[in-house]
Write a protein that binds this ligand. Structure first.
Ligand SMILES: [Ca+2]
Length: 262
């Protein structure tokens, strides 16, 4: 078993022994997942505003997906161009640190890797807006308080670069190792899609409630938006990883240091 205390290589966070080692040669870029540049409470989007807004979007026609299920969005929502990916979870009920779940989008090529580290959209203020304008992070929520979506990703499908084949929607638990947290301890985690193409008729397209046994998982690919036959499809993935956001970055071709708690 690999000694997880030993760095895999200089500057790179060690990987949990249950995780496979990435090929160093495929990780040309090094992303530091800095807490220092997380948005301040003042700068973050008003979560209560988001939640009151979201409640008005609920649609009884929304489809509940299970792990592995796919939806052809070009058929269910042929006019879909803009959408919101909403992530929610319940705040911690027991003592200890709050659960701070972080939504991240990886814009990847057909090979599943990002082109550059700038194809990762996450809480760091330098990475909240993709250069193409296609994906934007709505702000960091650190405790899951309140009803409705806790974090959001805004996606404009028409602005996605042609060589971006998939948008991977992932969620990780901030500083999970230090806080001794995992997805098995988090209640009510879900991801949902809202069609924002026609503001007057915003509607929830689908919802995927996380119901897996994820007792050792600290990062998870919730879903993928992917190109198929000229349109876009959605897949409820539910694939878990150990190693938090740093591991997710490695999965998509970017070396990253593990996040540190305050
Ligand atoms: Ca968060």
């Amino acid at each position: 078993m690999q000694d997880i205390r030993a760095p895999a290589w200089p500057g790179i966070a060690p990987i949990h022994p249950n995780g496979s080692m990435p090929d160093q040669g495929s990780l040309p870029l090094h992303l530091k997942l800095q807490r220092l540049t997380r948005v301040s409470a003042e700068a973050a989007v008003c979560q209560s505003c988001i939640k009151s807004e979201v409640r008005s979007h609920l649609n009884p026609m929304s489809i509940n997906l299970s792990k592995g299920q796919r939806l052809d969005l070009s058929k269910t929502n042929p006019t879909l161009t803009q959408l919101t990916v909403g992530l929610g979870w319940n705040p911690r009920r027991t003592t200890g640190k709050e659960f701070d779940l972080d939504a991240t989008a990886f814009l990847v090529k057909a090979d599943g890797k990002v082109r550059t580290e700038k194809d990762i959209v996450f809480y760091n203020k330098d990475y909240q807006n993709h250069a193409s304008g296609a994906v934007r992070h709505g702000g960091d929520n650190r405790d899951g308080q309140g009803d409705g979506d806790d974090e959001k990703l805004f996606v404009n499908l028409t602005k996605l670069p042609a060589d971006i084949d998939k948008v991977v929607i992932a969620v990780s638990i901030f500083a999970a190792r230090k806080r001794r947290q995992n997805f098995g301890m988090v209640d009510g985690a879900y991801v949902r899609l809202v069609d924002e193409s026609q503001p007057a008729a915003q509607q929830e397209i689908l919802r995927y409630d996380l119901s897996e046994d994820a007792s050792s998982v600290t990062a998870m690919i919730f879903a993928r938006l992917y190109r198929k036959d000229g349109g876009w499809r959605f897949e409820a993935v539910g694939q878990g990883f150990e190693g938090g956001l740093a591991r997710l970055c490695q999965e998509h071709g970017i070396a990253a240091e593990e996040e540190q708690d305050d």
